[in-house]
Design a binder for this molecule. Structure first.
Ligand code: SF4
Length: 291
């Protein structure tokens, strides 16, 4: 994969622009906390680093899947489900003990129900193991398994229309002259966001592997509560439209920079708090906004 020299200019990603759209103040705290004139950087970083129960379920499933696929790459021995679930339980315990949860910090719950959290992790893993996609993986897609890319390191940097962008894939595997990209989801299906993500993955893979987009098959894999997949047919016009959109959205975010090349933000007042208070109920920074 092509490597890019570091530049401070901001790079588009679905999550960055999603945050920018939802609340400019949250966007400021997340990306420009060190410039805040009121709150200590340490405080902002500490709030930013908190996790949440849904986020952590996703993290654990991603990490267990990663270890599991790496093992499949090395051996084709039958899967010992009980060992896999033991490992998933150990990972759940370890992550839950070492992280700070927003639900506890803001008093929504007193302590974590680790059993319940693990139950969702286990259902997600079982759904994958029982899925036609997993059977396909074992029966058809292992021939080139030395070429699998499982959670490739880095942030998935790429270029779209010459602009910096990030599209991080979970799992990429070649099959014949085609590329398949699988992206695990444990949360709700979001048609708009996830369609955009599929286009992002196609553009990323096409750039890095010089593959025609018609040979790239990005698939969103919903693991909880039921197994489901989402794929779309992507044509040249979709890719062009997506590139134009990324350009528009990047320029919108540039508009909040005092210095675009150095990614230095304008004053905090330029980043208003959202008036859609439903976003605040799940926001890690609500303590700062309430003060
Ligand atoms: S609490 Fe609400 S207004 Fe404040 S940063 Fe979070 S989402 Fe924005």
């Amino acid at each position: 994969m092509k490597k890019f020299p570091y530049t401070p200019i901001l790079g588009w990603s679905i999550s960055r622009y999603g945050l920018f759209e939802s609340c400019k103040r949250k966007y400021y705290y997340t990306y420009y906390g060190k410039y805040d004139p009121i709150h200590a950087r340490q405080k902002i970083e500490s709030l930013k680093s908190m996790t949440s129960i849904p986020l952590e379920i996703g993290n654990i499933v991603h990490d267990v899947n990663k270890t599991f696929l790496e093992r499949l790459q090395k051996t084709e021995q039958a899967i010992d489900r009980s060992r896999l679930f033991d490992f998933a339980w150990e990972t759940t315990e370890q992550y839950c003990r070492s992280k700070k949860f927003a639900e506890i910090y803001y008093g929504a719950i007193e302590k974590l129900d680790m059993e319940d959290l693990f139950r969702k992790v286990k259902i997600s893993l079982e759904n994958f193991l029982d899925s036609p996609r997993f059977r396909w993986l074992m029966q058809e897609a292992t021939s080139d398994k030395n070429k699998w890319l499982i959670e490739p390191p880095g942030f998935g940097e790429t270029r779209l229309g010459g602009l910096k962008a990030y599209c991080k894939v979970d799992f990429l595997l070649p099959l014949g002259d085609a590329l398949f990209i699988l992206d695990w989801k444990t949360g709700k299906a979001d048609q708009v966001k996830h369609s955009k993500q599929l286009l992002g993955y196609t553009s990323w893979a096409s750039f890095h592997f010089q593959t025609d987009h018609t040979k790239i098959n990005p698939i969103i894999v919903y693991l909880y509560p039921h197994y489901e997949e989402r794929q779309v047919d992507i044509d040249e016009a979709d890719i062009q439209e997506f590139t134009d959109r990324v350009k528009r959205e990047t320029e919108e975010m540039y508009g909040f920079c005092a210095n675009v090349a150095e990614n230095i933000p304008k004053d905090k007042d330029v980043f208003p708090k959202t008036d859609k208070t439903k976003f605040c109920n799940y926001c890690n920074f609500r303590e700062l906004c309430r003060e």
